[in-house]
Design a protein around this ligand. Structure first.
Ligand code: ASP
Length: 294
């Protein structure tokens, strides 16, 4: 049984296959490869894109989807997470997609069920499908060529970001050089990667910028003087970008004029909506792989 709790669950060969299949699905659109399958989504934490993206992906492949409303589920009545998982599992779904505010929950749940568990984001730990769609978007941008030696600056609240964690693992594995750019309080302690607090000092050398949202829900105390000060140093503005040929990514939701300014969100170099579009194809590809090879 294969689960996707973090990007390390997949070998590099498997990732190549997932990317190639996503590329194929993007050109053919529909394929009913999961037509007799049932997928359950259970999101214990809010989601703007990921849940709908997984659900659209499942439906595009012909699967049926049941989405548990967590506020009405028995987990809110005190049933343990594991009992909830065991009960869902008893209904014999073909996959369960889970998001939780606590790191490690999808991994633990994978021990209690008989179908693949897909992590749709757990605490500050991992968000594997997001990293895969980011890798796909970068690969597509560079005409499906090797990404070896490309430089990416990951900018913002890196320490609290599961998106950053998963991307660092995946992008370095594909030969990209990752530079971490953040104020000291958002910088992870160790990583072995190049780090700087000064975005403008690296902007001339990078091919890609991945801007991140400040994860205020994961801060125990306010760690910056004001968002305005943060934006002054780290917001991706059209002035800061100038006419540089840099691919700009953000996993969403974007804090406008704090992470990226209005002008850059309209700029063709900004591929936020392309990421959302690609997310569906990557998740189709992941679902196929995990369900059909379970
Ligand atoms: N949507 C991403 C996540 O769920 C990024 C974010 O929320 O900032 O982690």
């Amino acid at each position: 049984m294969k689960h996707l709790t973090n990007t390390r669950d997949l070998s590099t060969e498997e990732i190549h296959a997932i990317l190639a299949r996503a590329r194929e699905l993007k050109s053919t659109h529909h394929d009913n490869t999961l037509s007799n399958k049932l997928i359950i989504t259970i999101f214990f934490e809010n989601s703007t894109r990921t849940r709908s993206s997984f659900e659209v992906a499942a439906k595009r492949l012909g699967a049926s989807v049941v989405s548990l409303d967590v506020s009405k589920s028995s987990t809110s009545k005190g049933e343990t997470l594991f009992d909830t998982a065991a009960n869902l599992d008893a209904m014999e779904p073909d996959a369960i997609i889970v998001r939780h505010k606590d790191s490690g929950v999808p991994k633990i749940l994978s021990n209690y069920v008989n179908c693949p568990i897909l992590n749709a984001g757990d605490g500050a730990h991992a968000h594997p499908s997001q990293a895969l769609l980011d890798l796909f978007t970068i690969w597509e941008h560079f005409q499906f060529d090797s990404l070896h030696g490309k430089k990416i600056a990951i900018v913002g609240d890196i320490k609290n970001s599961r998106v950053a964690n998963s991307n660092i693992e995946l992008l370095t594995r594909f030969g990209l050089e990752v530079i971490l750019v953040s104020p000291p309080h958002f910088m992870p302690q160790s990583s072995g990667l190049r780090k700087t607090h000064d975005l403008d000092s690296v902007i001339n050398e990078v091919d890609i910028i991945m801007s991140l949202r400040t994860q205020t829900e994961r801060h125990t105390n306010q760690s910056y003087a004001s968002l305005k000060d943060y934006a002054h140093d780290y917001c991706i503005t059209d002035k800061r970008m100038g006419d540089r040929d840099i691919l700009l990514l953000h996993p969403g939701p974007v804090n406008r004029n704090i992470d990226i300014d209005d002008a850059m969100l309209e700029d063709p170099r900004c591929k936020v909506l392309k990421q959302v579009k690609n997310g569906v194809y990557i998740r189709m590809s992941i679902l196929e792989k995990l369900i059909l090879q379970a």
